[in-house]
Write a protein that binds this ligand. Structure first.
Ligand code: AMP
Length: 433
């Protein structure tokens, strides 16, 4: 299958080619035709599967068929990072399109609040917002959602974990009843079912390899006592040929400590955690993206919605408590078509969690012996996981499964207006900063 098969607008196809996408990913193959048909959708897909383009491409196509007339599409996301990431993707995909998007999220300066307000009232084709910030803006009044035709909930499970259920319902209650609603979620806990029943009409469901990390990721594990982990990590970093590395640890205290230790070892590393203000986080992300920082050490705040190409190593300094967080974390490397390495340090207490991960991904993770200089690590004793089939690609009416988890929140404002060739007449309603 090729992108041409979807019969998307030529300008959208140009955008796809400019992004370097050659063939649709499985979620795109399944979701794009259904979204073009106007169906409501529940898509069970994790980050790294190409889910953003799966909804953005058909929505951009649809937006281009219409005259610019106020806010057409609202995308609700759990975190400021994801809002920015999606906004950047829309910008990259829509470079030649006269489609305006706007990211709205909390934590910015007073000025960005005013800018968001102005932009929201003047209108943009696509708004990407965290629910809390959008509600706050809505309470100020003056916003016109009457032209909204598409609502997307991205990382819906995470939004619910963050307590956004009521906010989402409140926002949806202000939208036109006649609309298309798309719900993307990495997991499908019962609360998602409850939510979708309230806000969707006869949704179709797509499941994409929910628990399966991308094929290109080489997954390794070391059995290591806590007191061995630090030296092991330094050895991995100093001996490996890695240019861009993300390290996940369980608490921000550990993350800060690791940052200090890396600095002493002259490793160009920075910590990313919830104590940083939004501007600091953005600056860190940009520096990491531009390879001014080699190593980013973070808590799970980092694990979703961070879109950086070319990460070649992800290290789990601690085994994540939820096996699906493992999949999200290592999904930071080997995105779509590339390759990468994921290394997990497992102490004796984390063995059970490690087994859960192996069970979830349906395979054993290759174990690497500790370097002799570090002494003996904990013994691996394990119920060997039963091999199970790879992820399913099915399309059905919703059923039910799985549990969800936690996250972080936030936001700011981006404005853009692109020159454009054909398609829509340039100029319609657009945000003015
Ligand atoms: P997402 O799951 O939306 O976070 O996307 C993961 C990564 O895959 C992003 O870097 C996208 O740019 C990339 N991507 C999305 N669709 C494709 C495709 N069809 N071919 C190659 N890369 C893609």
């Amino acid at each position: 299958m090729t992108f041409e098969d979807f019969q998307l607008d030529d300008d959208v196809l140009d955008g796809i080619h400019a992004m370097g996408y050659r063939t649709p990913t499985p979620i795109q193959e399944q979701a794009i035709p259904l979204i073009l048909e106007g169906k409501d959708l529940i898509a069970c897909a994790q980050t790294g599967t190409g889910k953003t383009a799966a909804f953005m491409l058909p929505l951009l196509h649809k937006i281009l068929q219409l005259p610019a007339d106020g806010i057409n599409t609202l995308i609700l996301v759990p975190t400021r990072e994801l809002a920015i990431q999606i906004d950047h993707q829309v910008e990259a995909m829509g470079y030649y399109l006269n489609v305006k998007s706007l990211a709205v999220y909390g934590g910015g300066s007073g000025q960005s609040w005013v800018q968001q307000k102005q932009a929201l009232t003047k209108g943009a084709d696509i708004i990407i917002a965290t629910p809390g910030r959008l509600i706050a803006q809505m309470q100020m009044g003056g916003m016109d959602f009457s032209k909204i035709e598409h609502l997307v909930l991205d990382e819906a499970d995470r939004m619910l974990d963050m307590g956004f259920y009521e906010d989402i319902i409140k926002i949806v209650s202000t939208l036109p009843k006649e609309r298309q609603t798309l719900c993307f979620s990495a997991t499908m806990p019962p609360r998602i079912r409850k939510l979708t029943q309230q806000i969707q009409k006869d949704p179709l469901q797509i499941n994409i390899a929910i628990s399966k990390p991308a094929e290109g990721i080489r997954q390794l594990a070391y059995m290591a006592h806590d007191e061995q982990k630090h030296k092991l990590l330094l050895q991995v970093l100093l001996e490996g040929q890695y240019k861009s590395v993300i390290i996940f640890s369980s608490s921000k205290e550990k993350v800060k400590r690791l940052e200090g230790e890396f600095r002493r070892a002259k490793i160009n590393a920075r910590a990313f955690h919830s104590d940083l203000v939004q501007e600091e986080r953005e600056k860190l992300m940009l520096d990491f993206k531009n390879q001014k920082i080699d190593v980013l050490v973070g808590t799970d705040v980092l694990s979703r919605g961070i879109h950086v190409e070319g990460i070649d190593l992800v290290v789990n300094y601690d085994v994540p408590p939820d096996p699906e967080d493992y999949v999200h974390r290592i999904g930071r490397t080997a995105r779509a078509a590339s390759t990468g390495t994921a290394i997990t340090f497992v102490n004796e207490k984390d063995l059970r969690r490690f087994h859960s991960i192996e069970k979830l991904i349906g395979r054993e993770i290759e174990q690497v012996p500790l370097p002799e200089s570090l002494g003996k690590g904990p013994a691996y004793h394990a119920p060997r996981p039963r091999p199970q089939g790879a992820g399913s690609h099915s399309q059905s009416k919703p059923g039910g499964d799985k549990a969800g988890k936690k996250g972080s929140g936030g936001g700011k404002y981006y404005k853009k207006s692109k020159p454009k060739g054909q398609g829509r007449a340039p100029g319609g309603a657009g945000p003015q900063a």
